[in-house]
Design a protein around this ligand. Structure first.
Ligand code: FAD
Ligand code: MLT
Ligand code: ZN
Length: 478
């Protein structure tokens, strides 16, 4: 991609976006040039912040003509550097935050049409105001945007009940690389008219088109719930407990999060108002929630009975059931702040793994043994969405370990962990995507034919390679 030779870039951008839609100074652009984890530092020709879909369209048409790379950026909370430009200084960052209207809410149809720059929090609040639920739930909901959630196919804390972002979308409006608009933001639950084109853009991380709006599925609001923090001896016990709770509750488990002892300690140490909910330390915990759209269900009794039985059998070691909303919030505060506690504790290596739930325990045993023997500079902080088989198999710098030496182990650790994941029939990217962080992993583990299909799709939709150049599939000619 060569762009420095294009004359009058700034004048043309001003013409398309107006002065309020353009950032050119180093100070204005700085926050857009580094990713959330500060792994990547890029440069950019400009940051464009269009206010209308038409502006997005005109911008892309012009960038396509001039072969200028465009890097879409939502809330910039992604973990894989997908929203950070490269170091050439030639690309334009496309900031979506001004395209942020809730266009409509159709309570009867259980759907909501939002522009891509709405934060997840704004969408959840708009649904709530219409007595509906938009169920995607992430620790980053105040900053991450719907466009980013769709482009990463985000998962989070309630996938077990409601699915991932892909499952929550009815229709998408997308601007294609050449500026044409794909106006398919329908709110239909059934639509078998040929290929499911919208689905291509979900999880594409901005490499196939710019999502400008989405029609999202809504659900009945939650009217009753029961939440518990349960101590267990091991992961196998947690997997068995999930199965028992699903059966005992009429399948009303909506979250089932695995938490290791060390994560409780990190959260209690680094996050204000977080404390261990139980009196004594235990090796593993789950934060589980039953919920229903029906008022006055006896979910707390169901949970208490099931956990009481499990305690008697010795299947669990202890449990605390939230008695009110304040206690429930405190439990969720602990869980949602684990990534932040990890960040405050020092350097970390993250692995976002997906595994069949039946082999989770065996996988962790094998991988942890390898780490013990080979990576004394790190300590394992393995937590995640156990109900989805999604493990955040993260390592933190051990106390007293040298940061640089620890981070230097990244490639070796990643290879060992991801090879083992492959051997167990899993995936090296469950919910965080590829971005620029995992390009080599995709090339290594994806079946060659699948990669060929992906490249063919990229070629068809972005023949000049202007959309998020180099991300996901790398810099090979498409
Ligand atoms: P960005 O980071 O801005 O962008 C992500 C990708 O999408 C980039 O490739 C970008 O180019 C592309 N993109 C953005 N907007 C558009 C658009 N409109 N059109 C086309 N492409 C676009 N993720 C989970 O899945 N589950 C979790 O539980 C979870 N918890 C988190 C907790 C914390 C504290 C943090 C910081 C992050 C967490 N994340 C989680 C990761 C992150 O929040 C998600 O990946 C989120 O979906 C990213 O949204 P964003 O708007 O910040 O996207
Ligand atoms: C989470 O579930 O908290 C995040 O997706 C994991 C992470 O921050 O590594
Ligand atoms: Zn997660």
């Amino acid at each position: 991609m060569t762009t420095l030779a294009v004359p009058n870039i700034e004048a043309r951008l001003l013409d398309i976006l107006g002065p309020e839609g353009l950032m050119l100074s180093a100070a204005q652009m700085a926050p857009f040039l580094v990713d959330h984890r500060q792994l990547y530092h890029g440069r950019a020709r400009a940051v464009a912040a269009p206010r209308t879909v038409e502006e997005v369209s005109r911008l892309l048409a012009w960038c396509n003509d001039e072969r200028i790379g465009v890097v879409p950026q939502g809330g910039n909370t992604g973990y894989c550097g997908g929203a950070t430009p490269d170091e050439s200084g030639c690309e334009i960052v496309l900031c979506m935050r001004r395209l942020a209207r809730i266009r409509s809410v159709d309570a009867l149809n259980y759907s909501l049409l939002a522009e891509a720059g709405c934060t997840l929090h704004e969408v959840r609040a708009a649904a709530d105001a219409a007595a509906r639920l938009f169920p995607l739930s992430l620790g980053s909901e105040g900053s991450c945007q719907i466009g980013g959630n769709l482009s990463t196919n985000a998962g989070g804390l309630s996938v077990l009940r409601y699915g991932m972002m892909r499952d929550l979308v009815l229709g998408l409006e997308v601007v294609l690389a050449d500026g044409r608009l794909l106006p398919c933001a329908q709110a239909l639950r059934k639509d078998n008219t040929g290929y499911d084109v919208k689905s291509l853009f979900v999880g594409a991380e901005g490499t196939l088109g710019i999502i400008t709006a989405a029609n999202l599925k809504l659900f009945p609001q939650i009217r009753s719930s029961a939440t518990a923090f349960v101590a267990l001896p091991d992961i196998a016990g947690a997997v068995a407990l999930l199965s028992e709770l699903r059966a005992a509750s009429g399948d009303r488990v909506s979250s089932f999060e695995l938490i290791p002892r060390i994560a409780v300690e990190l959260a209690a140490r680094h996050i204000p108002l977080v404390a261990d909910p139980l009196g004594h330390p235990h090796p593993w915990y789950v934060l589980c929630e039953l919920s229903s759209s029906e008022e006055g269900t006896a979910l707390a009794e169901v949970l208490e009975r099931a956990l009481g039985d499990a305690l008697e059998r010795g299947a669990i070691l202890d449990a605390a059931i939230a008695q009110n909303e304040r206690q429930r919030q405190a439990l969720w505060r602990l869980r949602e702040n684990i990534p932040e506690a990890q960040r405050r504790d020092g350097a970390s290596l993250k692995h976002d793994l997906s595994l069949p739930i039946t082999v989770l325990a065996q996988f962790v045993e094998r991988a942890a043994a390898w780490l013990d023997a080979n990576v004394p500079e790190g300590r394992l902080v393995a937590y995640g969405h156990l109900g989805d088989g999604n493990l955040h198999f993260n390592l933190n710098q051990a106390p007293g370990a040298d940061r640089t030496r620890f981070l230097a182990r990244e490639a070796v650790v990643k290879r060992a962990v991801h090879d083992l994941v492959r051997d167990f029939g899993g995936s090296f990217s469950a919910e965080h995507g590829i971005g620029q962080l995992k390009i080599d992993e995709l090339a290594r583990y994806a079946p060659p034919v699948e990669l060929e299909v992906m490249r063919a799709i990229k070629r068809a939709l972005d023949p000049r390679g202007i959309l998020n150049p180099g991300k996901v599939l790398g810099t090979e000619p498409p």
